[in-house]
Design a protein around this ligand. Structure first.
Ligand code: TEU
Ligand code: CA
Length: 542
């Protein structure tokens, strides 16, 4: 049965960097309201807001100190209600970020939990040390041990992320009850679902030492990634809360395989509706912080495998944690517009719900920062300091951080060519990328051949073309240069040809075609070079 969340395109907003309206250098909710018409014009039907709850900002909103309020930096609850209403008038739905693996250490639950006698003690995971050392060898996502010692009670608490993000204890039925109330609170306000932060990590099956492994996995992860306990929690949240609303969930699921993902979002499982996987984001890395050359064939093979394995995918090339796609999988200098359009074509023609990250639609690039003093991201700062303690020389430390830091995606939205890109009249909380004078929304809205207008064209096409929404996916050709696939529904098909190289390629396909070329030349014989085109009758070879 058709679902509205399968037919709409999602746009992710990182509120802190979207639009400031009061000159404090921090984006806010009135800033989002001010751009609803632009977003409607682009054609998006759902907005996902990264966290807007009160937060000490150790991890900019992903450390929450009150789940049922709005961070005063972003505005008031009235602003949030106005945003939901104004978006609704434009037929745009809002989903919120649900961060329930951990809270802030400044959340009242955790503050009380520091007291051994408090009923809140068991909301978190406290353990005594072992011979003066942490309870086990687990490593945090942000570097260092997952355990922090608390002087007062003489025990350690678990934190998979920063020490300001203590993990909730999901074995405690009180935690389950509290979080259900949080979810109802927001759904009752009219939001249409949740993006569920690191949702496959909730349940820790054991606290035994982890195996030391190479590659992406962290020591300890075998005890908490996609455990049966988590599946049970998800089924409970679905049955008790989500099923009573017209809403959907997309889970952010780290370290998942296609087999795990089928169990987390298969329609018969009644858990999540779709998941974000990470495998394609790992095709240009050996380990998280060490890059390798991007190989389009490896990338296309991973994407195809996920397309074939799942009933429905959550497709994305960017978010607030990842470097910019045009700088990573495209060419942000010589073929900026061409490669950004090609990547947009990929995102919008795969089977699944597409998620566009703010700025992607104008081809925003990686941060042009020159030193660590411009970095705000806790993960990057932790890794940098860790490297410093290991006596890794500064040029090498910077070489590791620069291309990988999450701040690459967090520079302010580039609205126009006025000072600070029209983002703020004050001093931005993080520097604006200097290329805002040439890469910005205002100039691209005027230019019919801009990246933004290409996105708009393809979104319009996807919004109306059932083949692009529900059609089957079949990969036809994957090489180091090209990725060709076909979408097919009830005998009608659309073939997508993507050229990741600047060399012309021969096209042998006919029927409805969408062609997008990375470089200056397109598929040989296709009507318009440099531009993706939708052709009625074949590739029209020369
Ligand atoms: O991300 C989870 C996660 O695994 C990422 O931190 C990932 O390790 C890294 O960003 C890849 O470079 C989610 C949120 O998206 C992220 O912003 C939060 O920091 C994190 O959870 C903790 O809430
Ligand atoms: Ca502001």
């Amino acid at each position: 049965m058709a679902k509205w969340w399968q037919e709409r395109v999602v746009y992710q907003i990182y509120p802190r960097s979207f639009q400031d309206t009061n000159g404090d250098g921090i984006g806010d909710i009135p800033g989002i309201i001010a751009h609803l018409d632009d977003l409607k014009d682009l054609g998006v039907g759902i907005l996902w807001l990264s966290p807007v709850y009160p937060s000490p900002n150790a991890d900019y909103g992903y450390d929450i100190s009150d789940y049922c309020a709005i961070n005063p930096e972003f505005g008031t609850m009235e602003d949030m209600e106005r945003l939901i209403a104004e978006a609704g008038k434009r037929d745009i739905k809002i989903i919120m970020d649900l961060v329930i693996n951990h809270t802030s250490d400044e959340h009242p639950w955790f503050i009380r939990s520091r007291d051994k006698q408090s009923p809140y003690r068991d909301y978190y995971i406290w353990r005594p040390g072992k011979n003066g050392k942490p309870p086990n060898n687990w490593m945090s996502f942000f570097g260092g041990s997952t355990w922090e010692y608390d002087e007062k009670s003489g025990e350690y608490y678990l934190h998979l992320f920063s020490k300001k993000q203590p993990d909730l204890n999901w074995r405690n039925p009180k935690v389950m009850e509290e979080i259900q109330n949080v979810m109802r609170f927001w759904l009752d306000k009219g939001i249409a679902g949740f993006r569920c932060d690191v949702i496959n990590l909730l349940y820790k099956t054991s606290l035994e030492n982890g195996r030391i492994r190479l590659a992406m996995a962290l020591p300890g992860s075998e005890h908490y990634v996609s455990q049966e306990g988590t599946h049970e929690i998800l089924r409970t949240l679905r049955r008790e809360v989500l099923d009573h609303y017209d809403c959907f969930t997309v889970g952010e699921t780290v370290f998942v395989t296609t087999e795990d993902a089928k169990l987390l979002c298969g329609s018969d499982r009644r858990e999540l509706d779709m998941v974000f996987f990470f495998e394609h984001m790992e095709t240009d890395a050996f380990a998280k912080w060490i890059r390798r050359k991007f190989n389009p064939a490896r990338f296309a093979r991973v994407i195809s495998r996920w397309q074939n394995a799942l009933e429905w995918n959550a497709n994305y090339l960017e978010n607030h944690d990842q470097p910019r796609s045009v700088s990573r999988f495209g060419d942000d200098s010589r073929y900026h517009a061409e490669s950004a359009k090609m990547l947009g074509t990929l995102l919008l023609t795969l089977r699944g719900t597409p998620f566009i990250y703010q700025g992607q639609e104008i081809g925003m690039t990686n941060f042009d920062y020159t030193g660590i003093d411009q970095v705000r991201d806790v993960a990057s700062l932790n890794i940098y300091n860790l490297a410093k303690r290991l006596h890794i020389p500064e040029p090498l430390r910077w070489k590791i951080i620069k291309p990988t830091s999450r701040d690459n995606a967090r520079t302010p939205m580039q609205w126009d060519s006025s000072p600070n890109s029209g983002f703020t009249t004050g001093r931005p909380w993080i520097d604006v990328n200097g290329n805002y004078r040439t890469i910005n929304v205002a100039s691209q809205m005027k230019d019919p051949n801009s990246i933004r207008n290409w996105y708009k064209k393809l979104i319009t096409l996807r919004n109306t073309d059932k083949t692009l929404i529900y059609g089957d996916f079949k990969a036809l050709e994957i090489t180091r240069r090209v990725f060709v696939y076909r979408r097919e529904l009830e005998g009608r098909s659309v073939t997508v040809l993507l050229n990741f190289s600047d060399k012309p390629q021969n096209a042998h396909y006919s029927g409805h075609l969408i062609v997008s070329s990375y470089g200056r030349q397109s598929y040989k014989g296709v009507l318009e070079p440099y531009e993706a085109v939708l052709l009625e009758n074949g590739a029209n070879g020369e």
